[in-house]
Design a protein around this ligand. Structure first.
Ligand code: HEC
Length: 289
């Protein structure tokens, strides 16, 4: 018994020792580990925030109205004739556009056209990729879902904010896309622009950052006309990225109406059932009372 008793005491001592060792070492202590992890996370977050701190230029607000078919048609005209020189819109087909633009097939072919492609083809770029890459070094991205990846306000600001920058190979830079590889395709329409620079931060380092543009030369359009054109292009890109939005907006009220009717019917059935349950003498929970 004594041996057993000693054995018991030893086990207790060992357990207590283990507990003390646990307390001493932060590896065994969940509380200390948690505190360590939390401080590491806070530290790394702080470092990450510090390393990417950049001065963000303000975006120009824009409201997209997909019911404005004239704007969509104008946007389609510019996008399919200017942008597809480099970019593709492979997620869309020419044949899906007339419905979106509120036109018939023959109107679409006469006014906007398919750039020599088949009517049912996907919208591809007219330039061979090798030439584009040699020219721009970076392949121009497909624009089908660009309005999902970038907000309409960002796209509008991007399209209107190219400025002259002699240090760039293309001679231009962009307020919201620093060191962009895309040339200023709007220069003939909009004219050239110079940047409005401030002392700010780029990736955590002090730098001169462009936060806006000022006109330098005149283009063939007035600023208001050009803004309208850029807005129309953004509206068209938005419509391509959200091909079922108009259909959803049309169906939405009907679906809500259907649920309202179903709710009323369900309520009436509930009332009917419970009226009968309430007047019955043999309700199951009262049986035997
Ligand atoms: C001469 C070729 C060329 C033409 C024409 C052109 N682009 Fe680009 N575009 C580029 C290249 C190259 C890039 C890639 C820029 C980069 O990653 O630095 C680009 C990038 C873009 C981006 C940014 C994509 C992103 O990653 O966020 C948008 C938006 C865009 N173009 C829209 C347009 C629109 C709209 C038009 C028509 C008005 C157009 N582009 C015409 C070459 C072109």
């Amino acid at each position: 018994m004594a041996v057993l008793g000693v054995g018991g005491d030893c086990t207790k001592q060992i357990r207590r020792d283990q507990a003390m060792t646990k307390k001493k070492s932060p590896i065994g202590n969940p509380g200390a580990l948690l505190a360590l992890a939390a401080s590491l996370v806070v530290l790394s977050c702080g470092m990450a925030r510090a390393s990417v701190a950049s001065t963000k230029p303000p975006l120009k607000p824009i409201t997209v109205n997909l019911r404005d078919k004239a704007a969509l048609r104008n946007g389609a005209l510019y996008t399919l004739h200017m942008c597809t020189a480099c970019h593709s819109l492979q997620g869309a087909r020419y044949s899906s556009l007339p419905h979106m633009l509120g036109m018939s097939k023959s109107e679409f072919e006469a006014i906007i056209g398919t750039n020599g492609h088949h009517y049912h083809d996907t919208i591809t770029t007219s330039m061979p990729p090798a030439i584009i890459e040699a020219f721009a070094k970076i392949p121009p991205p497909d624009l089908t879902d660009i309005a999902r990846r970038r907000s309409p306000a960002w796209l509008f600001t991007y399209l209107t904010s190219f400025y002259v920058d002699p240090s760039r190979p293309s001679g231009v830079n962009n307020v919201v896309f620093n060191n962009v590889a895309m040339p200023d395709v709007f220069a003939p329409l909009q004219g050239l622009q110079k940047p409005r620079m401030i002392e700010g931060l780029r990736y955590g380092s002090p730098a001169k950052v462009a936060v806006g543009v000022l006109p330098l030369t005149k283009g063939s359009m007035t600023p208001a006309q050009f803004d309208r054109t850029a807005r129309d292009i953004v509206e068209f890109l938005y419509a391509v990225a959200h091909p079922h939005q108009q259909e959803r907006a049309r169906l939405g009220p009907w679906i809500i109406g259907l649920f309202v009717v179903l709710s009323i019917l369900t309520y009436l059935i509930y009332k009917l059932y419970w009226r009968r349950v309430g007047t019955s003498e043999e309700r199951w929970w009262r049986v035997g009372k």
